[in-house]
Design a protein around this ligand. Sequence first.
Ligand code: HEM
Ligand code: HEM
Length: 199
Amino acid sequence: MPAAKSSALRLTDSPAAYGLISKFLHWGMVGLFVWQLTSVLLRVFFWESGGEAQAAARAMWRTHHQVGVLILGCALLRGSWGLLNARRRPPHEDSVLGRAAWLGHLALYALMILVPSIAVLRFHAMARAPLNAFGFEILPQGPAPNEALRSIGDLLHGPLGWTLFALIFGHILMVVLHQVFWRDATLARMTGEGAPPVA
Ligand code: HEM
Ligand code: HEM
């Protein structure tokens, strides 16, 4: 079936399904978020546990800021791609649930950008060292310590990070509801060819 094949290999989004680039960014970032959640959970539960669990917690934690910076870069790229595709990607239903889904996605984007940005600004405000990730200098060392900016970071980064994880959990729960109870094409839009929107 050549028509089906070409729609499955589409790079850009269509009203029936997300294209390959959106799918790659979505599922690739799911992997990064699993990594990031593992790093914070190990830190919370095993930081002082001793033994191999503590060694694993500390090793994972050394990757937290780098993976966070990567998430920020991917979120900016994904947001720009989303805006470029805004007119052709699967529309949200014109209903209360559809508007809630739109708001939920918007909140996910806001936090995906805000949470790592706050941490990057806090790091810069500490003025201790340049911010490096994966061998690249992302930001030069801050000129002088900025205690106000640093305390805003201390106050907000962790709580907003947990809020983001909670929102992701809610997002996954909604996808499960769509798949198991309403049996519609929501999941298929992000995994396969989806279905054209109902008029
Ligand atoms: C989307 C990306 C990120 C997420 C979801 C995230 C999430 C979190 C969470 C939930 C905590 C609290 C852990 C606890 O309660 O002990 C935390 C702590 C921390 N994060 Fe991140 N983080 C991200 C990016 C970054 C980046 C880019 C940096 C550094 C530039 C960073 C540096 C830190 C530091 C130093 C802490 C410990 C101090 C604190 O609790 O604020 N994070 N992160
Ligand atoms: C197992 C985990 C996940 C599953 C099964 C899943 C599934 C889906 C599905 C089916 C859609 C399409 C919804 C629609 O068209 O109405 C979607 C969209 C979306 N998902 Fe996920 N998701 C997961 C994890 C995540 C994570 C970790 C994030 C990160 C914050 C995320 C952020 C988004 C966003 C922002 C959209 C809107 C489309 C876009 O701009 O990419 N998802 N997800």
